[in-house]
Write a protein that binds this ligand. Sequence first.
Ligand SMILES: Cc1cc2nc3c(=O)[nH]c(=O)nc-3n(C[C@H](O)[C@H](O)[C@H](O)COP(=O)(O)OP(=O)(O)OC[C@H]3O[C@@H](n4cnc5c(N)ncnc54)[C@H](O)[C@@H]3O)c2cc1C
Length: 493
Amino acid sequence: MLLTSMKRGVVRRWHQGRILFSMDAFLEFERELARKKQAKKPLEAPKTFRLEPPIKPKDDECCNSNCPNCILLVYQQQLMEYEDSLRWKSRELTKLTPEPVDISLTFASTSKALNEEKIISKNPLRTECLSVESNQELGTSSVHHIEVHLPQGYATGDNLVVHMFNDNQLIERCAKRLDVDLNTVLKIDKSSNVPELYIDHWITIETLLKWAFDLTSTLRPRLLRILASYATDLTEQQNILTLARNWSQDGDGLNIVDILETYPSITLPFTNFLAIAPLLPARQYSIASSSDCLNDTKKAALAVSTRARGRCAMYLAQESHRIYGYTTPSHFSTKLPLDSTPKVFIGAGTGIAPFRAFISTLSCQKKAVPKVALFQGCRSCESEWLYKEFFQNAFEISTQKNVLEHWFPAFSRDPNEPKKYVQDALLEQYALIGDYIVKEAGTVFICGSIPMGRNVKEALVKCIAKSQQWSHEDAKEYITRMQNEQRLISEVW
Ligand SMILES: Cc1cc2nc3c(=O)[nH]c(=O)nc-3n(C[C@H](O)[C@H](O)[C@H](O)COP(=O)(O)OP(=O)(O)OC[C@H]3O[C@@H](n4cnc5c(N)ncnc54)[C@H](O)[C@@H]3O)c2cc1C
């Protein structure tokens, strides 16, 4: 109970100020102060439950002698207890209960049954263990350039799908808390939470906990609220809800196992865990090298940004031995026509990666290559001008090989230059854009964040409208047509 302000001095203050305040107003004011302090702490069950209101003393009942057990002080204390009890009671009445879950499992009872099934899959993911050949930060940027050996090779423009996993200690803690044996074999028959690739496979609990669920990342508010509904202790339930309310990205970083251990009253059957636990989705990274001309066509480069200190990015930045993953075609794979029509490459941040690959491919072509204009969005000229030397080189040799005819870097956070985004650079070059993509029917490739992709498309419409003297609607229609004809291809995330 937070009645710190209700020490003797409070009553004395009232005694001194009674000419100005009514007793009711004064007591209410003091309770309000105590409530404000209380609101900052998680709601706790009151130490004294009082479900009947206390009897209010009459105005002349106080003797005005500053007694430590002043009748007003006692009344105030009891009133707080009464109000707290009512609040707690109303929460109890609205106690959360778990929602029904949509999952069905079959447990394999004996090893004989398993042998008969013969379909135990230890790793239902298509992952390969890939060795990391080098891993270094690019200059002072928060981007890591990572080279990975891909035994199966890859096609220029492909992405690498990276799978993370939880560490063994965490898996063991999780199994202990959920009271399951890691070697138990089961089959998930149906579930709306678990990804398709795990459905209908015999699989050990250990494999599931290692690859399918994110036991490591900070648990987000939605899942905290779901777990709160499994807590049988009301105080714990309220405390978990408070955690969810006060959640912040930079908070104390409790993962699902920490939460389960911290709140022992959470009664979560393993089946329900499978139905609600956060998933560990694979992440994709554009391959920044070309398989067309390198001596080692099985070495793929990645540019990974750790700016947001995300789970997979940090894992990749720190991993120097092996990662798990496989290649997958991107929207760009096999889309780089080597015909003579011009190409416009527009990339921001690590979205520049596939263009490094494309330009490598073009620079090792024996025949003439198309005209290329590269628009590169960077944060600042000093840091995060990704692959500056590589593009500089492609730009400088363009007089002989015509690899990179135009190169427009745009710096959005350079202390010495006005803020310029890649779409601003496009607008400045509207005449060139008009020539390349309308007059010469060229192709545009866009790679970067989703908002960047949207802004770039709007800028392209403006460039076309201005350069061709078309209406905005006609220019927009032209861009839509380009998209349908695969002459405007985006890879955004
Ligand atoms: C086609 C494509 C190409 C990409 N290329 C690059 C690149 O070249 N360089 C680069 O730095 N980044 C690239 N990304 C972004 C990258 O995949 C990650 O999203 C990024 O690194 C953040 O992940 P994280 O785990 O570090 O961050 P976190 O903050 O831990 O993850 C962010 C949240 O988003 C979810 N999430 C993140 N990525 C994915 C995903 N791929 N699928 C489903 N859910 C996801 C996670 O569940 C998590 O909740 C690309 C993304 C896509 C889709």
